[in-house]
Design a protein around this ligand. Structure first.
Ligand code: NDP
Length: 334
């Protein structure tokens, strides 16, 4: 990571690949640390927020010149921690590097299931999947028959929200930024309808077309103009889960939301949330979602980039919509 950026999307030159020093592949005695080989790294939009020197955030900014930190799946090569053994597969915060020394092991989770693709532990069974699960069940208060709208619907979070909503008996419409993604939403992920927001002149009219009777639940991954249009189209007592604002991540003066008055006239409950507030639900999440996956009730789309050197472009691609599904970097196979 080179330096802080503001007012524009990250690009791949904001990160640089460095050949590191040779390190001993061992966890120092008495450190409680793990020495891991990184197998899969996760590209997540929140990481962009850490490239801004903003200290009011829920997570500290990256330090320029340092190794990027993010979620990953790794294999333990050496452990000075009684809870982990050499050979264990783990998921949690690691570095964007081939080998990492992990000192903060409290949030490291051992991967117990070996019949599920390992990379899913940064996607379907990792932070994004959990965001979908906690956001949908805890924040949206869904009911069978609800009309649900999901933005950035083919992404890591959105694709699971839509599928959980379908399993719950809801009618689900997603928005995405290419016709290919729209096709995947309708023909692979089981959404009832989908549209390409980039082709719509008038988002309000588009939502009226797909929800003539209004929206019960809007799962908002993008903020900005889409949120404004959704506010106009909510039903009375509708719920908006404010998960992310990716359309506003890279601009210095956000689009003003003009339709906030709808919160009053329609008695809408609009709630921002962080998945990390719901971690007590993580075991239920794993049980439920692994169950759905094994029963063939849900699928998960990944966009796999090969090699650590593909990381900068993969990360930057999140902000242009280049990724189709969860963006992952494969660093090593095992
Ligand atoms: P995605 O896999 O959906 O990737 C990001 C996608 O966002 C892109 O593929 C693109 O899809 C869309 N996008 C990019 N720029 C814009 C824009 N200007 N306007 C509209 N859409 C845009 O990411 P995730 O599923 O991992 O994350 C989705 C959202 O959820 C993000 O806002 C993220 O910050 C948030 N989040 C929040 C969490 C929480 O705890 N609250 C936890 C995890 C994620 P397209 O081609 O469709 O435009």
């Amino acid at each position: 990571f080179r330096d802080y950026i503001d007012g524009r999307s990250p690009n791949e030159t904001d990160l640089e690949i460095r050949v590191g020093n040779k390190i001993k592949l061992e966890a120092p005695k008495g450190s409680g640390a793990l020495l891991v080989k990184n197998l899969y790294l996760s590209c997540d939009p929140y990481m962009r927020g850490r490239m801004r020197n903003f200290h009011g955030s829920y997570i500290p900014p990256f330090v320029p010149g340092s190794v990027i930190e993010g979620f990953g799946v790794s294999k333990v090569l050496d452990s000075d921690n009684p809870n982990f053994r050499r050979g264990d597969l783990v998921s949690g915060f690691t570095g964007w590097e081939e080998y990492s020394l992990i000192n903060r092991t409290e949030q490291m989770r051992k991967i117990e299931q070996n019949d599920i693709p390992l990379s899913y532990y940064v996607g379907l069974l990792g932070m994004p999947g959990f965001t979908a699960y906690a956001g949908f069940y805890e924040v949206c208060a869904p009911k069978k028959g609800d009309y649900v709208f999901v933005s950035a619907a083919s992404g890591a979070v959105g694709q699971l929200v839509g599928q959980l909503a379908k399993l719950h008996g809801c009618y689900v419409v997603g928005s995405s930024g290419t016709s290919h993604k729209v096709d995947l939403l309708k023909n692979k992920l089981g959404f009832d309808e989908a549209f390409n927001y980039k082709e719509e002149q008038d988002l309000d009219a588009a939502l009226k077309r797909y929800f003539p009777e209004g929206i019960d639940i809007y799962f908002d991954n993008v903020g900005g103009a889409m949120l404004d249009a959704a506010l106009l189209n909510m039903k009375i007592h509708g719920r908006i889960a404010v998960c992310g604002m990716i359309s506003e991540n890279n601009i210095t003066s956000p689009v003003g939301i003009r339709n906030v008055f709808s919160l009053i006239t329609k008695r809408i409950r609009m709630q921002g949330f962080l998945q990390s507030d719901y971690l007590h639900l993580f075991p239920c999440f794993l049980e439920d979602v692994i169950g759905f996956y094994k029963q063939g009730k849900i699928i998960f789309l990944e966009d796999m980039n090969e090699g650590l050197e593909s990381g900068p472009a993969a990360f930057a691609g999140l902000f242009s919509g280049r990724n189709v599904g969860k963006q992952v970097i494969r660093v090593a196979s095992n």
